[in-house]
Design a protein. Structure first.
Length: 730
């Protein structure tokens, strides 16, 4: 047969991806078989048990069928590559092929995905298209994996696919031939494939190559990822070795959680004790999840306890922001590396500047020779990231934290080409950690970086979510009774699990409040206010006896509350809708808000602040914004002027690793308002004047964006910048 195809990731995706004819036919075939198959029901139950901790309770039979389909495609491609003589008798020998070849190389371990035999017509159709083709010496399933399993599902377990050029660059820099190396969250085998390819391309003898390959290990919690990695590596090896020469070779990829290795139980291969503290090197891209993203309450507790044991647990207000990747960076070396072993991970950049990673930046178990790779203008993911390299020493070492600074840094472009070598240091170092890590040039911009006294005066707003339950539109108002419907704008942007609509519900007017979203805020001005239902009395408390005076309102709240309880995350300890709205008392404390409120966005590329006159209408601030209330109108507009100044946004960008702003404006010494200070007075007047200007812009163009506003009033903003530079950054 003439070879026409190059089997690579693009080819596999085109032939078998979610838009392909084969995908549609096979999924249809599986769907019909599932209806009457007892084996399907048993397998689905086992599959659900295996995946519920990865994806949560929302996993469905649709995903199970996709997993089954994907597993079948891997099998067919593997059989085509092996091309055994039994293929001539395919109708009678398919099971024999699976027994003889798959079990020998430990490729398809998960019985719950083997509940159905391959459809022979489709099998032959695929086989004829790919048999005798060339196979690319690369990960051939990465694109198919990403396409079939949507980004939402992959993000659930913190999966971010690493560009090949970055993987190659890291391995070329890091891997030492023959070393025992581990990827503790190996996914579809991207790093492992490239390490093995590097081994195979070397000029070493065949026996040395086989020995080096036997020292390459991968762990992952996802059975589908484990199977993918095994098949990827198997296909790569068959490009270099005949099958009979591969028989003594074991593909060392195992399914378990590498930060909790006590659960490791391999069907074959080494036991856990042999693996502990046995590796020379660790490399990879660990899950980019935070504590609050985890679906399992018990797992959250274990992560919190482990971060404490590793001495990187943040202060209580930052617990929900614990980075799983940061835990991996400490836990994996402590469990699997030899003393003096090396680790090289891709990490979210928040480990360098997030308040929740202060203790992480002590690097307490590592040697003083750290190395950072940064990509300041060319991030490959939608989350800013770095690569961090370190030598593991263990807890008992005599290195002071200060000795680990400054840290060597390499800056790269979008193709992982080296641009520059430099050093990063920290603003503040003490015995427990370091404040922010960045270049000396950037840190010089902050001087001593004295915090503003306003830092303790600003609060984050209340968690007015799920929005579909509390936001509404008024249809009719009569005698203090409102007839309300769902806010369709809110409903259209809701997550599927929170799609809840209501019509013609009656509530008392005293349960109606005003709020706004981040998207409603322009620099200096709030475009619109929205109506929300809050189950609170005049003291902002939930009072059941008070509720009983208004039966229809109480029934409405109970309906909302029941829906909330049914759909909230299992890991959530928040038992009622009111408790969620008042999380950390962020709703109730707003009863004390004064006549004027200054608000700014909690996240975004640029600050946008506005003043609210709260004298006549009680406005509730949501968690998308931070706020401070005052009885001084001048103080409110003074702060609005400073927070909207372009230079403040520019300086914040230098020290934030994501879109989150939080209280970073007050890392700079913004002085408390002084009514006798002429600069303060000028800023207050300009803040008030620019509010009027922006309001007029909005009236003339209701669709105007914050970016457009800044462009139009740029000359005004430059005046603020000059005043702010003198006042804050002198």
């Amino acid at each position: 047969m003439v070879i026409n195809n190059q089997i690579n990731s693009e080819f596999v995706t085109a032939k078998f991806g979610s838009a392909s004819d084969i995908f549609k036919k096979l999924i249809d075939f599986l769907t019909k078989k599932a209806v009457s198959s007892e084996k399907y029901k048993k397998s689905f139950k086992k599959w659900r048990t295996a995946f519920i901790n990865i994806y949560g309770k929302t996993i469905s039979s649709e995903l199970f069928l996709k997993h089954t389909y994907y597993n079948l495609i891997l099998k067919i491609i593997t059989i085509a590559k092996i091309n055994p003589p039994e293929l001539k008798q395919i109708e009678v020998s398919l099971h024999e092929i699976e027994q003889r070849y798959f079990k020998k190389f430990n490729l398809f371990d998960y019985e719950f995905l083997n509940w159905i035999s391959i459809d022979l017509k489709i099998f032959n159709k695929i086989l004829n298209e790919i048999k005798n083709s060339n196979y690319a010496k690369q990960d051939v399933f990465s694109e198919l994996y990403q396409q079939i399993f949507s980004s939402d599902f992959r993000r659930t377990k913190g999966e971010f696919y690493t560009p090949k050029h970055l993987v190659t660059r890291m391995i070329d820099d890091f891997y030492s031939f023959g070393s025992k190396i581990l990827d503790p969250s190996s996914g579809s085998g991207n790093f492992l494939m490239n390490i093995i390819a590097k081994i195979l391309k070397s000029e070493k003898s065949q026996s040395l190559k086989l020995n080096a390959i036997s020292n390459v290990y991968g762990f992952d919690v996802n059975p589908v990822a484990v199977t993918t990695a095994k098949v990827n590596i198997f296909l790569l090896l068959t490009e270099y070795f005949p099958l009979f020469e591969m028989e003594p070779l074991y593909i060392n990829i195992y399914q378990f959680d590498s930060i909790f290795p006590e659960a490791f139980q391999a069907k074959s291969g080494p036991n856990l004790n042999i693996l502990l503290e046995s590796f020379d090197q660790v490399i990879g891209n660990p899950p980019w999840l935070t504590y609050k993203d985890l679906n399992d309450k018990d797992y959250q507790v274990r992560i919190r306890e482990l971060s404490g044991k590793l001495e990187i647990k943040p202060l209580s207000q930052y617990i929900t922001h614990i980075e799983l990747a940061a835990v991996f960076f400490y836990a994996i070396p402590a469990t699997f590396l030899k003393k003096g072993g090396n680790i090289f991970f891709i990490l979210p950049k928040s480990v360098l500047n997030g308040d929740h990673c202060f203790k992480f930046r002590a690097f307490s178990i590592f040697d003083k020779y750290l190395e950072i790779w940064d990509f300041p203008s060319y991030y490959f993911f939608n989350v800013p990231h770095i690569c961090l390299k370190a030598v593991y020493l263990g807890k008992k070492n005599n290195i002071l934290i200060r000795e680990r600074f400054p840290i060597k840094v390499k800056l790269f472009n979008d193709t992982s080409s080296l641009l520059e070598e430099t050093y990063y240091t920290s603003l503040q170092i003490n015995k427990n950690g370091a404040k922010i890590i960045s270049s000396e040039k950037v840190l010089k911009n902050f001087g001593s970086l004295e915090e503003s006294s306003y830092k303790t005066k600003f609060y984050q707003g209340a968690t007015l979510v799920p929005r579909t339950l509390v936001f509404f539109r008024i249809q009719k108002s009569k005698n203090g009774i409102l007839t309300i419907n769902s806010d369709l704008d809110i409903l259209s942007r809701a997550k599927k699990k929170w799609e809840f609509s209501f019509q013609n519900k009656e509530i008392r007017k005293n349960f109606c409040f005003k709020t706004f979203l981040n998207l409603d805020v322009l620099p200096f001005y709030i475009k619109t206010y929205r109506t929300i239902f809050l189950p609170i009395n005049e003291n902002f408390e939930y009072d059941h006896e008070y509720f009983r005076e208004f039966p229809k309102t109480m029934n409405f709240y109970e309906e909302l509350n029941n829906f909330y309880i049914e759909n909230k995350k299992e890991t959530s300890k928040i038992e009622t809708l009111f408790d969620n709205l008042n999380y950390w008392n962020k709703l109730q404390k707003q009863i004390n808000n004064k006549s004027f409120i200054i608000v700014y966005n909690a996240s975004g590329s640029n600050l946008k602040a506005a003043v609210i006159n709260n004298e006549n209408t009680k406005i509730i601030i949501g968690s998308e914004n931070y706020y401070y209330s005052t009885d001084s109108e001048e103080e409110a507009y003074y702060l609005s002027a400073i927070l909207n100044a372009p230079n403040l946004s520019k300086k914040i960008k230098l020290i934030k690793s994501s879109r989150h702003i939080h209280k970073r404006p007050f890392m700079f010494p913004i002085p408390l308002y002084d009514e006798t200070n002429q600069t303060h007075i000028i800023l207050a007047k300009k803040g008030k004047k620019y509010q009027i200007i922006v309001e007029e812009l909005f009236v003339n163009n209701p669709n105007i964006t914050p970016k457009k506003v800044r462009m139009i009033i740029n000359r005004n903003l430059m005046k603020l910048q000059n005043l702010t530079e003198e006042l804050v950054f002198h």
